[in-house]
Design a protein around this ligand. Structure first.
Ligand code: FES
Length: 305
C-alpha cells in the first residue's frame, strides 16, 4: 500500500486554501518476487553482498571453531602445527602475536581471564567468548541491517522491487534486540585499546627489542580500520553530539563539536568502513594463520634479530 495525495481548493479568491488529502491506496507496482519496472541492474549489488557477507560469516565461524593457529607467543610457542620454526611472524625472544578474532585471549579454565569460566563451558573456543561483542555490534549496525535484511531476508528485496512477502512489522518481536546497538558500541569501543595493546606487544618484544614486520602493520591497520568504523557509528555520533544545541560557549562544547564533526565525516562513509574493516579483520586473522602454518613468511621491516 502507498499514499496518494489529492489536492483540493477550499474557499474562493485570495482566501482560498490548498488542502492535501492523503489516501491509503495501492501503488501501481508489479507483483511477484523480483518483479519491477526498474531497468537498471539493481540485483548486482545484493548478489555481490550475498557472497561477501556469506564468505565473511563462514570464515569467522570456521576460525572460531578451529581453536588453533591464532597466536605466536614466545612463552607458548606457536599455536599451529609447525613447532617453533622460523618462517613465521617475527619469531624470536618475546614475540607475542595474537589474532584479532581471539583478542583478548580467554582460555576457558586457565589463568587470568579464563579462570572464572565454569567447567561446563570449557568446550567453547576462545573466540566464542570474544566474537559475541563484535558480531553483536556489526549485526545491529544500521548499515549492516540494511544490507542483510535485503540480501538474506528479502525484506525488502530492493527499492521498487517486489518482495516475496508483504507483512512489514518493523523491528518488533525478536528484532527489538537491534535496540542493543548502543551497548554493543560501548563494548566495541573497549576493543580498540585492547587491539592497540596487541599491536604494541607485537612490535615491542619482552627483551625490549622493537620489531616492525609486515604482520605488525597488518595488525595496526586493523586497529585503524576498526577505529574508523566504530567512531563513525550512528550511535557514537549521537552519544557525543546528539541533543546538543550549544557548540561554542565552553571549551567542552567546542571539543564536543570537534568530535561530532569528526564522527560525522567518518559516518558519511560508514558503509565503506563497515565493509573494508570486516574484510581486514578477517585478513589479519588469516595472515597469522598462514604464518603459523608456515605458508607465509612474515617479512621483518625494522628492528629485530
Ligand atoms: S551504525 Fe554501524 S556501527 Fe553503529
Amino acid at each position: 500500500m502507498g499514499f496518494s495525495e489529492h489536492i483540493w481548493m477550499v474557499g474562493e479568491g485570495p482566501w482560498s486554501t490548498v488542502v492535501l488529502v492523503a489516501e491509503n491506496i495501492p501503488l501501481p507496482m508489479k507483483k511477484g518476487f523480483g518483479k519491477t519496472d526498474r531497468i537498471d541492474a539493481w540485483w548486482k549489488g545484493p548478489t555481490a553482498m550475498v557472497f561477501y557477507l556469506g564468505i565473511m560469516i563462514i570464515y569467522a565461524t570456521w576460525r572460531g571453531f578451529m581453536e588453533a593457529d591464532f597466536w605466536i607467543f614466545s612463552e607458548f610457542g606457536l599455536s599451529g602445527n609447525q613447532g617453533g620454526s622460523a618462517g613465521t611472524m617475527a619469531i624470536e625472544e618475546g614475540s607475542h602475536i595474537l589474532s584479532p578474532l581471539f583478542s583478548p585471549l580467554i582460555l576457558p579454565g586457565e589463568g587470568t581471564l579464563g579462570g572464572p569460566i565454569p567447567e561446563w563451558m570449557w568446550w567453547m573456543s576462545p573466540a566464542m567468548f570474544i566474537l559475541i561483542f563484535p558480531a553483536g555490534f556489526r549485526g545491529t549496525c544500521y548499515y549492516y541491517r540494511k544490507a542483510y535484511y535485503r540480501v538474506f531476508f528479502q525484506h525488502p528485496t530492493a527499492c521498487a522491487v517486489s518482495k516475496p512477502w508483504n507483512a512489514y512489522k518493523g523491528e518488533t518481536g525478536l528484532l527489538v534486540v537491534q535496540n542493543l546497538h548502543r551497548y554493543f558500541m560501548y563494548a566495541a569501543l573497549a576493543y580498540l585499546p585492547l587491539l592497540s595493546w596487541d599491536v604494541y606487544l607485537a612490535a615491542r618484544h619482552d627483551g625490549g627489542t622493537w620489531v616492525i614486520s609486515v604482520g605488525t602493520l597488518v595488525l595496526a591497520l586493523n586497529v585503524l580500520m576498526l577505529t574508523g568504523y566504530t567512531l563513525g557509528c550512528h550511535a557514537f555520533r549521537h552519544i557525543i553530539g546528539g541533543g546538543s544545541n550549544d557548540w561554542t560557549s565552553t571549551p567542552i562544547a567546542r571539543l564536543k563539536y570537534k568530535l561530532w564533526n569528526f564522527s560525522t565525516k567518518l559516518n558519511e562513509h560508514h558503509k565503506d568502513w563497515a565493509l573494508y574493516s570486516l574484510f581486514w579483520v578477517m585478513f589479519a586473522d588469516f595472515y597469522i594463520y598462514a604464518c603459523t602454518m608456515g605458508w607465509w613468511t612474515d617479512a621483518v621491516l625494522l628492528g629485530g634479530a
